[in-house]
Design a binder for this molecule. Structure first.
Ligand SMILES: [Zn+2]
Length: 60
């Protein structure tokens, strides 16, 4: 066992705002959509579905 290989990753978590409900969500979530070159993150599949229905309304 080589102790030099022990590495603790820095745990910076970037937070984004769910544009549907305003909740803070981690950018590591799989619940995200890309629209006009921007990535939007969601707290739930419901919020993502709302966004995907009408991205123009929420991406302004
Ligand atoms: Zn939400």
């Amino acid at each position: 066992m080589n102790r030099d290989n022990i590495f603790i990753a820095s745990q910076f978590i970037t937070m984004a705002t769910d544009v549907i409900c305003g909740m803070k969500v981690k950018e590591s979530t799989d619940l995200k959509s890309e629209f006009q070159g921007k990535t939007f993150y969601f707290c739930s599949s419901h919020c993502k579905a709302d966004f995907d229905k009408n991205p123009f309304k929420y991406s302004r």
